[in-house]
Design a protein around this ligand. Sequence first.
Ligand code: ZN
Length: 175
Amino acid sequence: MRMTAKNTTPKQRIELGSIPEPMSGCWLWEGRTFVDGYGSLKWGGKRRNFYAHRFSWEAHKGAIPDNLCMLHECDNPACVNPEHLFLGDRLANNRDRDAKGRKVQVRGSGHGMAKLTEDQARTIQASKLSGPELTRLYGISKAQVSAIRTGKAWTHLIGDDNEAIRSISFEFSKI
Ligand SMILES: [Zn+2]
């Protein structure tokens, strides 16, 4: 990840975008989140979204090796506190995710996806972003964005659209 300084440093960007939660010590990301619950932020003037937790790690601790994943000790995907993050290999990532019961999101089981997408649908319906921006941000197809916006039964679309499920799994595999 390349970070280019503008008005704020990467550390300040994380500080500005999150609020500390005194009980857990989590830094809760207040900005947008990806469909998988991880915080999303834009940086460097390019229209590119970064995972906020990965960005935070790099801002505080340095580059993430290509072959390693970023895991949450606190099991809160929206948390960007670098002290709650640790590096693990892909296998550890899968084990960790399974142990924490989040596997259902990756496999895109009907129920899990539908629930996840219900929140997402509400956000999309309320969003002022353009169709292509939403497509990029949520990793879903244009048809899904427009179906959600026009209030069609999106659960059907999700169930039938394996492409969307694959792309969400793909995003997971990069975490
Ligand atoms: Zn945390």
